[in-house]
Design a protein. Structure first.
Length: 81
């Protein structure tokens, strides 16, 4: 998919990961496709993907890239902003 925009889904700095974990699923992908997104970046090892295989297949059909980014890389981006 050409154009579009990137969505970044991460935990808030003070988010309690015991109770409130970033989560994506089929609905997330459908919403992003409807909105015209081309990339979904999630925080590696801190994001739950519900129905992983279904989510990946749907993203591939719609040419939506899903990228997992290490926490340390997000920290560097936050400092640079």
């Amino acid at each position: 998919r050409r154009g579009g925009f990137t969505v970044v889904k991460v935990a808030k700095p003070q988010q309690d990961m015991r109770f409130d974990v970033p989560t994506i699923g089929r609905g997330t992908i459908e919403s992003l496709v409807d909105a015209g997104a081309s990339v979904l970046a999630v925080e590696a090892e801190k994001t739950i993907i519900i129905d992983h295989d279904d989510v990946v297949a749907l993203a591939e059909i719609h040419q939506l890239d899903i990228v997992a980014v290490a926490d340390t890389d997000f920290a560097k981006l936050r400092q640079a902003a």
